[in-house]
Design a protein. Structure first.
Length: 294
């Protein structure tokens, strides 16, 4: 069977998804959740190509537009307010592929965060693929800038050579560096700030990284994490997941697989990066044991 459009309703809104049926009788599927201000095709057609690749290997895939995005109606929502959208998509996917008994949610950026908030509440979710998860706070962004940009510049011969030749004013960068250091050091007495210290579908109020860690703990299935090397979002997640107390030990759990593409950007813009992500996803799904019927 070829891919086809599927419409489904959530309240007064109509949502559009694309079903890639995979092999007849397949019991494991992948729901692709879209992150950021984009729709079901994805940047550089990544979600479309990923879905077709997995379906060609026999894995059913459903990708869809959240409300207010692409061809779905209603007001646009951020990643912390799409719980109902994910459940409606899961219901539709399950109805369209009735033999399917378990689903992996594949999410990029904010959709990876949304998947962590949702997965533990739905027993149909058997696994998560989290690509460059969004854990943004002012402090975390500053730390990522410091580690991936400013310190590299300050120790770069080209930086000081250009400054000595008068091509730019180094004090501008140094003042910016000072502001970043102040952002990192300043919040420690009062805790990190983010844009949503509120209850997220059953998780108590806390900074975003802590709430995501709580969702990670509550979800008991296998997790594949894919990180780009040339991406501030990935750098921020890497720093939080390896140094924040709430994340202590989570990346080292036996159920977690970590894959990194050192040269890739946030949206895996090159074909070789997209292909590698697709292969990693398929191989991880193939190795993950199916849950027992009980």
């Amino acid at each position: 069977m070829s891919e086809r459009a599927v419409t489904f309703r959530l309240g007064e809104d109509e949502l559009l998804g694309i079903l890639h049926p995979g092999a007849a009788g397949a019991t494991r599927g992948v729901l692709i959740a879209v992150g950021g201000p984009q729709y079901r095709v994805g940047s550089h057609r990544q979600f479309l190509l990923l879905a077709r690749y997995l379906a060609a290997q026999g894995i059913p895939v459903f990708r869809f537009d959240f409300r207010g995005m692409g061809d779905s109606s209603g007001p646009q929502r951020d990643y912390e307010a799409v719980h109902d959208d994910l459940r409606a998509a899961m219901d539709t996917f399950s109805f369209e592929v009735p033999e399917m008994s378990e689903v992996t949610i594949w999410g990029l950026c904010g959709a990876a965060s949304a998947a962590l908030f949702y997965a533990w509440r739905d027993p149909r979710v058997a696994g998560l693929v989290l690509a460059n998860p969004w854990v943004r706070t002012d402090e975390g962004l500053a730390r990522a800038y410091l580690k991936t940009y400013y310190l590299q510049r300050l120790f770069s011969r080209d930086f000081w050579s250009g400054a000595l030749k008068g091509r730019f004013n180094p004090w501008v960068s140094l003042r910016s560096l000072g502001r970043m250091v102040g952002t990192v050091v300043g919040p420690r007495a009062g805790g990190s700030r983010d844009s949503g210290d509120h209850d997220t579908n059953g998780i108590q109020p806390a900074p975003l990284p802590d709430r995501m860690a709580e969702g990670w703990r509550r979800f008991q299935g296998p997790i594949l994490v894919i990180l780009s090397g040339e991406d501030l979002t990935a750098a921020e997640f890497r720093d939080v997941a390896t140094s924040a107390p709430a994340w202590s030990g989570l990346l080292r759990q036996p159920r977690v697989t970590l894959r990194e593409l050192p040269d890739a950007n946030h949206t895996f813009a090159r074909r070789e990066w997209r292909d590698q992500v697709a292969i990693w996803t398929h191989d991880w799904l193939h190795r993950s044991p199916e849950r027992s019927a009980g």
